[in-house]
Design a protein around this ligand. Structure first.
Ligand code: GAL
Length: 421
C-alpha cells in the first residue's frame, strides 16, 4: 500500500506569495486540510454519484476528478452536471447505503488518494476542472512550490496569438491555474503560422527577475530558428517580450532547460545542421553566454538531469509531432565525453507515444525520484494533447522508462507508489 499524506504547506504558500504577488488559491487551501464546510459541499456529489453508479451510469474518471476539484473549490464543473439528474429518480431504499459510502469516501485519505494519482495519457484537469494547457513545458521550483509553464493551446485563444500558461502545485499532481502569462501577437512579423513553443522559465536570484526562453519561429516553415526571451517581476505575472536571437549565432529550435545542483542555469537547444548544444546562460540569464558541449546527434526535445554523480541527457528523433524512440546518453561532466545513445524504452513502442520535454528530480527525505516528462501530441486537436509523466528507473549509467500506468508521488519523501488504479 502506498501511504499518502495530505501536505501541510501553509508556510510554503506564504513564502511563495513574496514572488508571486498573488495569493495561492486552491493548492494552498486544499493543502490546509479538509474543512467541515467543504466536507458538507462534497457529500451531495458523492451521494449522487452512488445513486448514479447504482443506476448503472458511472461517470468517467476524468469527470469524477473534475467533480472533486469543483467541490473543493466551490465552483461548478464545466457544463451541466450529469450527477444531479439521477438523484431525483433514485429509489429511496438506496439512501442509507449511499450515505455510508459517501461519508467513507470523503475521509481525507480517500480524497487525497483520488487527487494525487498521476495518470499518464489521461486528461489532466486543473483546479477549475479544465485540461491543463502546458504542452512542451518546463518546471520551476521556488520556495517549495512547483510552477509548470507550457504552451497553452486552448481552442479559445485568439488565432493570431500564442499563449503560455502557468500552474502551481505543492505535490506535482494537483495543479492550480495561475495565469496565462504570455498572450502575444507575432512580435517578429513571422506570418500567420508563427510559433512560440517549449517555454521554459528560470528565476534569476541576482536580478530577482523571472526569465522565460521559448522557441520562436514561422517564416518559411521553421527557418527563423531563434529563441524569444521574456521577463517578469513575479512568477505568474504578464511576461514582457524582450527580443529574439540565435544563441551564440546558431540555429535553435526545440529548447530544454536545466538547472544544475549548484544553481547554474543551462539551455539545451537543437541546432539542425550540427546536433544539439548545451550552453550556459549569462549571469542575468538574459543571454546565452558560453557553449558547454555540442552533441553531434540529431535530437530534439532535449532534457537533462544530474543523478548520483552522472549527467543523463534524453532527446527525441526529428519526426515532428510523430512519436519516435527517444534515446539517452550519460557523462560525468556536462562538457562530455558522452556515452553512445541508447533506447529509453522498447523502440517499437515509440516512447509510448510521447516526446521528451523535461527530466525532473525530486529529492525527498527517503529517496530520489527522477520523472520523465513528455508530451503526447495530438496535432489535429492540439488543445487535447496529453502528458506522459512517469518515474524513471535510473542508476549506474542506465535509464529506463517503464510501461506507463497510474502512480503516486510523495514529494516530501521522494517515494513513488503504483497501487493506484
Ligand atoms: C516537434 C517539436 C515540437 C513542434 C513540432 C512541430 O518535433 O518537438 O515542439 O515543433 O515538432 O512539428
Amino acid at each position: 500500500m502506498w501511504a499518502l499524506r495530505w501536505q501541510s504547506s501553509g508556510a510554503v504558500a506564504g513564502l511563495s506569495r513574496r514572488h508571486a504577488g498573488l495569493p495561492l488559491d486552491a493548492g494552498a487551501r486544499a493543502a490546509r486540510g479538509l474543512r467541515t464546510s467543504k466536507i458538507m459541499s462534497i457529500i451531495p456529489r458523492v451521494l449522487a454519484g452512488c445513486v448514479q453508479f447504482a443506476n448503472g451510469a458511472r461517470p468517467s474518471r476524468a469527470q469524477q476528478r473534475s467533480n472533486w476539484h469543483a467541490a473543493l473549490n466551490r465552483r461548478k464543473p464545466p457544463g451541466p452536471n450529469p450527477l444531479l439528474r439521477p438523484w431525483l429518480a433514485a429509489p429511496l431504499n438506496l439512501f442509507p447505503l449511499c450515505a455510508a459510502a459517501g461519508l467513507l469516501a470523503t475521509a481525507p485519505g480517500a480524497r487525497a488518494a483520488e487527487l494525487l494519482v498521476i495518470r499518464p495519457g489521461a486528461v489532466w484537469p486543473d483546479d477549475r476542472g479544465q485540461p491543463i494547457q502546458a504542452h512542451g513545458g518546463g518546471i520551476l521550483q521556488l520556495d517549495g512550490v512547483y510552477y509548470w509553464f507550457g504552451e497553452d493551446r486552448s481552442a479559445t485563444n485568439a488565432p493570431s496569438h500564442r499563449c503560455v500558461a502557468c500552474y502551481a502545485s505543492t505535490n506535482l499532481a494537483q495543479w492550480t491555474f495561475r495565469h496565462q502569462v504570455v498572450r502575444l501577437a507575432d512580435p517578429e512579423h513571422l506570418g500567420r503560422r508563427w510559433v512560440l513553443e517549449r517555454p521554459k522559465v528560470f528565476f534569476n536570484d541576482q536580478t530577482k527577475k523571472f526569465v522565460m526562453y521559448a522557441h520562436i519561429d514561422g517564416r518559411g516553415g521553421y527557418q527563423f530558428a531563434s529563441v524569444a526571451v521574456f521577463t517578469c517581476d513575479t512568477v505568474d505575472g504578464d511576461y514582457v517580450y524582450q527580443r529574439s536571437f540565435r544563441p551564440l549565432g546558431h540555429e535553435s529550435r526545440d529548447l530544454g532547460q536545466f538547472v544544475d545542483d549548484d544553481g547554474a542555469a543551462y539551455l539545451i537547444f537543437e541546432d539542425r545542421p550540427f546536433g544539439f548544444r548545451i550552453a550556459k546562460l549569462s549571469g542575468d540569464y538574459l543571454t546565452v553566454e558560453r557553449e558547454i558541449c555540442l552533441l553531434p546527434e540529431h535530437l530534439e526535445g532535449g532534457a537533462l538531469v544530474h543523478y548520483q554523480g552522472l549527467y543523463y541527457v534524453v532527446g527525441s528523433a526529428l519526426t515532428g509531432w510523430s512519436p519516435n524512440p527517444n534515446k539517452y546518453a550519460t557523462a560525468k561532466s556536462l562538457a562530455g565525453p558522452w556515452s553512445e545513445f541508447k533506447d529509453l524504452a522498447p523502440p517499437d513502442r515509440h516512447t509510448y507515444g510521447s516526446q521528451s520535454t523535461m527530466l525532473w528530480k525530486v529529492t525527498g527525505a527517503k529517496t530520489t525520484t527522477v520523472i520523465f516528462m513528455g508530451d503526447i501530441w495530438k496535432p489535429q486537436t492540439q488543445w487535447d494533447s496529453r502528458y506522459l509523466w512517469m518515474p524513471l528507473q535510473i542508476g549506474g549509467g542506465k535509464m529506463w522508462l517503464p510501461e506507463p500506468k497510474p502512480w503516486t508521488l510523495e514529494v516530501k519523501t521522494g517515494e513513488v507508489g503504483f497501487d493506484a488504479n
